[in-house]
Design a protein around this ligand. Structure first.
Ligand code: ZN
Length: 499
């Protein structure tokens, strides 16, 4: 056996451990009874430790050396070369972090989550502050272990968006800010032009569930290799290219929750189901980054799912599913209702136009914390001032302000910006698809998504982690990541609705 073959065998074992971890995680959030929590935490920790130890073993290090020597001179885009590059990256990163720090971060974040739940309940940031301080300090230590050139924030960001830099984010976000703030202001002055009351009636849970399944099937989600279940927070998880699952939640009083939640998760799942079978049981068999992943979910949720063309086809079907609610509603009223914009306090409830300003705020604050430019004691005030400046609203309390998201308590710093990267990229990709396949621009295309899905499969999905996000974007669209198409899209769409 060659060194490469031996390495692949080792990596397949690690991939099995990670797959089993994902099954346990899925079960935990869907069907596990509450009593199972303590044992499940142990099981997950054990599998996680085994996978980590296998990766940083001397054996993997030696096989990597040997396989690289065998591979000299082979094509830079070949599966082998990409595999070696990705594994070397993962291996070196994992080796740089001392196990003691990993353990300390695990402890601090599990305590952090607990304290955060209580602090949010009482809407009191000062309760959370000491635990959060510990988390920020540990994340800074982690950044120093991982190494960086410009900012410690780069090292943290790189875990979720390989190759991305803070300086690049500053460029993209300042373009977004310059375009979005005035757009939000002018929409705010005309807020009552769109009413979404029709979405806030009682919609049968069973019919919502059925409609979501039908829509997912039309988009191309393969139920032979997936399924949908209920969970408190919707998510997508993959145990294998051939077993990719989504979850959703249903709100009987608000139609968009399940509907767009399903389309969103379905977008993530189409990506995972589209990864080449050849990459199965290897570290290449997952998405290239969180930003690329989010570009897929947002593309299906917003560019497809909130478009007129989509509803020209689906609205009559939706009316059949909910005759009492929708029989006398016009397609146009429905289209406007699902695209209502309103500056609000809560990120997860935000619309397409205001969403990225919520992310920008978190990026500014968390990078300032990591770089030591902002003291934690001043965070709530900085949060509120930023909300006022960007969105024109002021949180009445910490629960609806600085304490609303779970991410920071979980040690996820450098994660938020990937949401915006996904939004921005979704439009860049979609414009490219429409340029290459002109009939996709025509609204009559509703109901058949094969051409779109095929394009995404060919340019994004099949490659898994073979390429860095920036390479993937360049190969798929012919240019680097750009905010301009996204801003143009929002301006055109929402000017027509509001202005
Ligand atoms: Zn998502």
């Amino acid at each position: 056996m060659t060194k490469l073959e031996q390495l692949k065998e080792r990596l397949a074992v690690i991939s099995d451990l990670n797959g089993a971890t994902a099954v346990l995680g899925w079960d935990q959030q869907t069907y596990m009874p509450p009593g199972g929590a303590a044992a499940r935490a142990e099981q997950l920790a054990t599998l996680g430790r085994l996978a980590h130890e296998s990766l940083i073993s001397d054996e993997i290090g030696a096989l990597l050396e040997g396989a690289s020597a065998e591979a000299t001179g082979s094509d830079g885009d070949s599966e082998e070369t990409c595999l070696l590059r990705v594994v070397r990256r993962d291996y070196e990163k994992a080796c740089k972090v001392p196990p003691a720090l990993v353990a300390e971060i695990a402890r601090a974040t599990s305590l952090g989550m607990e304290v955060w739940v209580q602090a949010r309940k009482e809407s009191n940031f000062s309760l959370f502050q000491p635990a959060f301080q510990k988390i920020v300090d540990l994340q800074r230590q982690l950044a120093h272990c991982l190494g960086f050139e410009e900012s410690p924030y780069d090292a943290l960001l790189d875990q979720y968006e390989p190759g991305m830099r803070k300086s690049e984010l500053v460029r993209i976000f300042s373009e977004l800010e310059a375009g979005l703030v005035p757009l939000v202001q002018s929409i705010s002055e005309r807020i009552d032009r769109v009413d979404d009351g029709l979405l806030r009636q009682t919609y049968s849970e069973a019919a919502q569930w059925e409609f979501g399944l039908e829509a997912a099937r039309c988009l191309g989600y393969d139920f032979q290799r997936g399924r949908q279940d209920k969970s408190v927070h919707p998510f997508t998880t993959s145990f294998s290219v051939n077993d990719v699952r989504i979850t959703t939640r249903v709100d009987q009083q608000f139609l968009p929750t399940a509907l767009f939640g399903t389309l969103h998760e379905c977008g993530h799942a189409l990506y995972e189901q589209g990864i080449s079978q050849e990459l199965e049981r290897s570290p290449l068999a997952s998405g290239a980054s969180l930003g690329i992943h989010e570009s897929q979910s947002r593309l299906w949720e917003n560019l497809v799912g909130r478009s007129r063309g989509f509803w020209k086809f689906f609205f009559p079907r939706l009316q059949q599913s909910f005759p009492k609610n929708l029989h006398d509603v016009s397609l146009e009223s429905f289209y406007r209702a699902i695209n209502r914009v309103e500056p609000s306090l809560i990120r997860v409830e935000a619309d397409e136009v205001t969403y990225n300003l919520h992310v920008l705020l978190r990026f500014n604050l968390e990078s300032a914390l990591v770089e030591g430019r902002l003291a934690l004691a001043d965070l709530p005030e900085a949060w509120n001032a930023s909300m006022k400046a960007l969105l024109g609203v002021t949180p009445p309390d910490d629960a609806r302000g600085v304490l609303q998201d779970v991410h920071w308590s979980n040690g996820l710093i450098g994660y938020f910006p990937t949401y915006s990267l996904g939004n921005v990229l979704s439009v860049q990709l979609f414009e490219r698809v429409k340029a290459e396949i002109p009939r996709l621009a025509a609204p009559s295309e509703g109901g058949n998504f094969t051409a779109l899905l095929d394009w995404l499969r060919q340019h994004i999905h099949q490659h898994g982690r073979k390429f860095l996000p920036s390479q993937l974007v360049e190969r798929a669209t012919g240019s680097a990541l750009q905010a301009a198409p996204y801003l143009r899209y929002l301006r055109e769409k929402y000017s027509e609705i509001y202005l």
